[in-house]
Design a protein around this ligand. Structure first.
Ligand SMILES: [Zn+2]
Length: 283
């Protein structure tokens, strides 16, 4: 990170002499605001003022924790690296635009200067003043644009260099974030897949139970895919188990069978009733 650039940006946003906060926060996480105040030799309110301004631009984030002994909240601050870089990028882009405007106007416009007051004015203003200085009445001289043009060109080159660095850093951070996201997505997909598989198994088991219980009455053969005639004694045992299980999980066999498959509803309800009578289910 171009800490010096960030330092300047913070001062632009939060006022003179606030850039130092970057050095305290940079590369750290959840920095206690009282520690920041102590290091900057400022009051807690002054520090919070700076941080609120920066947080309005998303450059810092905070968490708060209640101090158990004192009972008040303490804020812990973190510099948001990506946001800082984006903000820097924007700021540098507009700086370049400004400089290019200067270059353009210096290329085509005349400026006039009063050498004794060291004041420069544009052509319109000079005309308005009758080509003599507003302050001292000295006659204006035509300004040499080559100096400001050279200066602006040097600045543009420097800002463009910085912009390139910032963009390079942003690329690195975004690439990392992207990898993290892909990894997280994969994890979510895996968990979801496992959940679906479990549901599938549970459904299959439920269908089997239904098919078996229908089979007992001898009417399930047409409905259930795996409808088989099984020895009555054995099946009855299983039916008992199923009844207990469905009672435990749903409380009422009626609702479940009723909502499943249309054709069997009426008979199943009757069967459910039978089971209840048999095993003493409540109404
Ligand atoms: Zn003058």
């Amino acid at each position: 990170m171009q800490v010096k650039l960030l330092y300047d940006l913070v001062e632009e946003l939060a006022g003179a002499d606030t850039g130092r906060i970057v050095e305290i926060l940079f590369g750290k996480k959840d920095v206690n605001e009282f520690l920041i105040a102590r290091k900057m030799e400022l009051t807690i309110n002054q520090v919070r003022n700076i941080l609120y301004k920066l947080s309005a631009d998303g450059l810092v984030s905070f968490i708060r924790k209640k101090d158990k002994r004192k009972g008040w909240y303490i804020y812990y601050w973190t510099l948001k690296t990506e946001k800082c870089l984006v903000k820097l990028e924007d700021s540098l882009v507009s700086k370049i635009e400004e400089l290019k405007k200067i270059l353009e106007s210096r290329g085509v416009k005349r400026f006039y200067v009063c050498k004794s007051c060291d004041i420069e004015v544009g052509e319109e203003k000079a005309l308005e003043n009758g080509f003599s200085c507003e302050e001292c009445a000295e006659v204006y001289e035509l300004a040499d644009n080559s100096g400001p043009i050279r200066e602006a060109k040097v600045k543009v080159a420097r800002v463009e260099r910085n912009l390139k660095l910032i963009r390079g850093e942003l690329d690195v951070i975004r690439e990392k974030e992207k990898k993290k996201r892909v990894k997280a997505d994969k994890k979510i997909a895996k968990v979801e897949g496992e959940r679906k598989a479990l549901i599938k198994v549970a459904r299959a088991a439920a269908r089997k139970r239904v098919a078996r219980s229908v089979g007992v009455r001898g009417v399930g053969m047409s409905g259930g895919k795996k409808g088989k005639a099984v020895a009555k004694k054995k099946v009855l045992k299983k039916v008992k188990k199923v009844a207990m299980r469905s009672k435990a999980s749903r409380g009422n066999g009626r609702q479940v069978t009723g909502s499943r498959k249309k054709g069997k509803v009426v008979k199943k309800v009757g069967f459910g009733g039978k089971l209840k009578r048999r095993f003493g289910g409540k109404k």
